[in-house]
Ligand binder design. Structure first.
Ligand SMILES: NC(=O)c1ccc[n+]([C@@H]2O[C@H](COP(=O)([O-])OP(=O)(O)OC[C@H]3O[C@@H](n4cnc5c(N)ncnc54)[C@H](O)[C@@H]3O)[C@@H](O)[C@H]2O)c1
Length: 335
């Protein structure tokens, strides 16, 4: 594989996590961080051989740079991603791709026109627990998915350019699509903003084909950090607790069963079935490393991007439909 020279654009709260992945020899010896660009000097000391520049042009005009990682506020993504693709760079941009569908579509088309990778940082697709859930779903272990129930709350960070819907529920949307392998058929949304002009507390219901009902609640003004996802199937249910230090997954062999009514065999009655509880052991890979490794492998065709611009655009489309629902008093909007 050819040496990949990377620039990090935006070195704030999340960008610093990318910075930490690069050492003097580059990530796994395959990629080297050459520049950090930000509109302000990063608070963290940069590694040796990494140049800070407040000038984006310096990065984009450097022919040695093959790829950029963009971790700036979402409202700036369209402008920076467009410039990077037009300069012939591959792009890994943080979620959500943009703040509206038209812009996402333009970026997606541009990446195809320029034949450059456009990958979106849908980090949970690189999470060992989520991958284990998907493996068990694919193996038929939980039966047919009936519901997905997600809760993502914490005290901050409170954003001004993107609401809790766009900032937090964007994760749930691609997670739901990844686990069900389905596109939503409708969305309804309600939210409230207290601190600035965007919603801080949000609740979304999404319906998928096959009567799969997904619900997500997010709140960035919550005193306790919780990140939970429950996947209920016809056979078993899985609980993903991302904040638990070791027991992130619990698999419940429990379900609702419809049994013939002993008094009338032409009727059925619902009963509960309870079996074992399993806490599987997971590998403790770091999702951001797995994501970055995948990006690097995508650059020379070693792997096919699993969170591409197309997926980023689909997520934005659903978020936009959710906004429409809110403007209609929370009515169900068909997709
Ligand atoms: N994958 C995840 O779980 C996750 C977690 C947190 C944030 N994010 C995403 O990362 C992105 C950044 O979020 P953050 O929390 O790091 O924000 P932040 O405000 O902490 O950092 C943003 C950085 O970008 C810089 N910046 C702002 N505008 C710029 C511009 N036009 N050009 C260059 N630099 C610019 C700022 O100076 C700042 O250093 C957002 O898209 C957010 O949704 C993803």
């Amino acid at each position: 594989m050819t040496q990949v020279n990377v620039a990090l654009i935006g070195c704030g709260y999340w960008g610093k996590n990318y910075l930490n992945l690069f050492d003097g020899d580059g990530i796994f010896g395959k990629a080297k961080l050459k520049y950090v660009h930000d509109i302000k000097q990063p608070s963290k000391k940069l590694p040796r051989d990494v140049t800070f520049t407040p000038n984006l042009e310096e990065v984009l005009l450097d022919p040695e740079i093959n790829a950029v990682i963009i971790a700036t506020p979402t409202k700036s993504h369209f402008d920076i991603v467009s410039k990077a693709l037009n300069a012939g760079k591959h792009v890994l941009v943080e979620k959500p791709l943009t703040l509206n569908f038209e812009e996402s579509k333009k970026l997606n088309n541009l990446s195809k026109e320029k034949n450059k990778i456009l990958m979106v940082g849908h980090i949970f697709k690189y999470n060992a627990a989520l991958r284990e859930i998907k493996r068990r779903i694919d193996a038929g272990e939980i039966g047919q998915i009936k519901y997905l129930d997600a809760r993502r709350v914490a005290l901050g960070p409170v954003r001004q350019d993107a609401s809790a819907l766009w900032d937090l529920i964007s994760h749930e949307i691609y997670i739901f699509m990844y686990l069900t392998e389905k596109s939503p058929i409708s969305v309804s949304y309600s939210g409230e903003g207290y601190f600035n002009s965007v919603d801080d507390i949000v609740s979304v219901n999404i319906k998928f084909p096959g009567k799969v009902f997904a619900t997500a609640y997010a709140n960035w003004a919550h005193p306790v950090k919780e990140r939970k996802l429950v996947i209920g199937g016809t056979k078993k249910a899985i609980v993903f607790d991302d904040t638990h230090p070791s027991e992130k997954l619990t698999i419940y062999d429990r379900s609702i069963e419809y049994l013939p009514n002993p008094n009338n065999f032409s009727e059925f009655q619902a009963g509960t079935r309870e079996g074992d509880i399993l806490i599987p052991k997971l590998n403790n890979s770091q999702p951001l490393i797995v994501q970055l490794d995948h990006f690097i492998k995508c650059l020379d065709g070693e792997e096919k991007c699993i969170s591409d611009g197309e997926e980023g655009m689909q997520v934005v489309k659903i978020l936009e439909a959710a906004e429409k629902s809110k403007s209609m008093g929370g009515a169900e909007v068909k997709l």
